[in-house]
Design a protein around this ligand. Structure first.
Ligand code: DAH
Length: 343
């Protein structure tokens, strides 16, 4: 076979392969196989000097022509294939802009925060203002000014966490906020005070060493016990529904006289008798009373001029009653499966 024939065959074979190449990477391979450093056309060109003298010019021309033609064909085919590949890529990897985006997870208020806000909101709508006090409290505010001197038996009602013996305690209730506000402000005062309180309790389904209370109190001229009842009824009807009945039982608190505990007709059985209300038809939800004149004296209010009422309730207890929650620990374990039920 003459060298011209050989070049012709190589070229024909290469053109056919270029024609049928399926991808740009196939073309890259062909370029290497024919035009690369050890490619078939390249070797022909390198070996020209070994040919008989008279064959060399024609063979050289033919090989160079073959090289140019192959380069051109590969370039054209590459252009058209890469356009196909791009089209295919766009089609298969295109963004589906109709897909909904991935929304960041939005948190929600803790159930206790929700209930607190709801209760505080009811009193705000009745004209009350919101106040807060410190969680580490002086003995004076937590006990003494509330008519519980050091030997008062009422102190044993609450197991206290002492920060410094005889001086500071973790407040055992929100009632000390009454004293702080009354020391600072002259009547009339209408205040609700939500907050955390602490007791030396061992944790169990109904006890937690930390829980939440909402205190309320009103001091003005001519405030009497029926104002207290009317206020609490309005509050309970807003919180639990108009059909609830309200009952007061005489009770004792050192800082109110007279004092009462307030029951609402059971929200589970509507007053018949069930497990939630322990068969009584009633649920105890708060303590209240007319502020004791001794307390007024401690804050510099004249008990002849002013009267007032006060009340206090547990937020966890109200949440447990409303949602049928049977373990107070659920509020503080932060298990999202529990918490998400309320958002
Ligand atoms: N401080 C009481 C408690 O922790 C609740 C309470 C009862 C608050 C009667 C009051 C009140 O203001 O008048 O159980």
């Amino acid at each position: 076979m003459s060298s011209l024939e050989e070049i012709g065959n190589i070229k024909k074979e290469a053109l056919k392969k270029i024609e049928t190449a399926g991808s740009t990477s196939d073309l890259d391979d062909l370029k290497i196989a024919y035009l690369g450093r050890k490619g078939k056309i390249t070797s022909v060109l390198k070996n020209l000097s070994s040919l008989p003298k008279e064959e060399r010019p024609k063979a050289g021309q033919a090989a160079n022509k073959a090289k140019q033609d192959l380069e051109k064909n590969i370039a054209e085919k590459t252009k058209s294939l890469s356009l196909d590949e791009l089209t295919q890529q766009v089609e298969t990897q295109a963004l589906d802009t109709s897909l909904p985006g991935r929304l960041p997870q939005i948190g929600g208020a803790h159930i206790l925060t929700q209930i607190t806000e709801e209760i505080v909101g009811i009193f705000i709508s009745l004209g009350y203002k919101v106040a807060e006090g410190p969680e580490v409290e002086l003995d004076w505010y937590n006990f003494e000014a509330l008519n519980m001197p050091p030997e008062h038996p009422a102190r044993s009602l609450q197991d206290t966490l002492y920060v410094k013996t005889g001086e500071a305690v973790l407040r055992t209730h929100t009632s000390p906020v009454q004293i702080r506000i009354m020391e600072e402000q002259k009547p009339p005062v209408y205040i609700v005070a939500p907050g955390r309180v602490f007791r030396r309790d061992v944790t169990d389904p109904t006890h937690s060493p930390m829980f939440h209370q909402i205190e309320g109190f009103a001091v003005d001229r001519d405030v009497n016990f029926s104002h207290l009842i009317g206020t609490l009824e309005a509050f309970i009807h807003q919180l639990f529904g108009k059909e609830r009945r309200v009952r007061l039982r005489p009770h004792y608190f050192p800082y109110t006289e007279p004092s009462a505990e307030v029951d609402v007709s059971c929200i589970a059985c509507k007053g018949d008798s069930c497990r939630v209300c322990g068969g009584t038809g009633w649920l105890e939800i708060l303590g209240c009373g007319m502020i004791d004149p001794h307390v007024f004296k401690n804050v510099g209010y004249d008990p002849e001029e002013y009267t007032g009422f006060a009340f206090g309730m547990g937020v966890e207890r109200i949440a447990m009653l409303r949602y049928g929650i049977n373990d107070i620990r659920l509020f503080f374990e932060n298990d999202l499966r529990f918490l998400r039920q309320f958002t």
